[in-house]
Design a binder for this molecule. Structure first.
Ligand SMILES: [Zn+2]
Length: 232
């Protein structure tokens, strides 16, 4: 089952991002004491994510997030809990209820005319009635999440690679992984092919690479695009 969370009142933005990814997140709307949060986490099998060290030390399933900014928090989240990049966008970011698809006709009197013309897919929250569509706000959140995921992956891999002295490339991260690879090369593509070949020669599955560090597992699409001069 997917992890479920309690997020403390100082992390409202993180709560919305995690819901956007489809996680079931309890976020206190009114005043909810630490005791009440801990009780809920235990009762419902949730992990508490908090900025409060005191709270994190009081509960066995609570973790302290050491970052103020949402970018740092997201990278921390992926490094701590792993998880895939698949964004579900099937949960209300405001009240945590599931969303259900609705027809444009059903929301015609609610959403602005321009939005109705530009979009064909709409979702409605049965909990609070909000209507969602894939607009610029969602795109921005998606970009933030993707950037954080890549950074988390890169940081994780750099830890692995530095220790092992082996080389690895995941497409899309070639340039960022440069220094870690210990290879000097002016051409990122050539480097990519060389490392990809070395990986497949070493027996890595060609479609997926999975890396585990401190219990956090990352899976990334791994494309081997053979270059003719190396594979013929
Ligand atoms: Zn809602």
């Amino acid at each position: 089952m997917r992890r479920r969370f309690v997020i403390d009142h100082m992390l409202g933005r993180l709560a919305r991002y995690l819901r956007f990814m489809g996680y079931d997140v309890h976020y206190p709307t009114g005043r909810e004491s630490d005791d009440a949060l801990i009780e809920r986490a235990r009762r419902e099998g949730r992990v508490i994510i908090t900025r409060d060290r005191g709270l994190s030390e009081r509960c066995e399933t609570a973790v302290y997030v050491p970052h103020h900014d949402i970018g740092g928090q997201l990278v921390w989240f992926f490094r701590t809990f792993g998880g895939s990049l698949r964004i579900r966008a099937d949960r209300c970011t405001v009240c945590n209820s599931p969303l259900r698809p609705v027809s444009p006709e059903e929301v015609a009197d609610i959403v602005p005319e321009g939005v109705l013309q530009r979009n064909s897919e709409f979702y409605r929250c049965d909990g609070c009635g909000r209507v969602y569509w894939w607009g610029t706000h969602a795109e921005r959140m998606e970009r933030d999440i993707e950037a954080a995921w890549k950074k988390a992956l890169e940081e994780t891999l750099s830890g692995v690679l530095k220790g092992e002295g082996c080389a690895l490339h995941i497409c899309g991260l070639a340039v960022n992984l440069y220094e870690v690879c210990g290879e000097e090369c002016d051409d990122p593509y050539a480097l990519c092919h060389r490392l990809a070949k070395r990986m497949t020669d070493a027996g890595f599955p060609s479609e997926l690479v999975s890396v585990e560090v401190d219990g956090a597992s990352f899976r990334a699409a791994f494309e081997v695009r053979p270059s003719p001069d190396e594979y013929e």
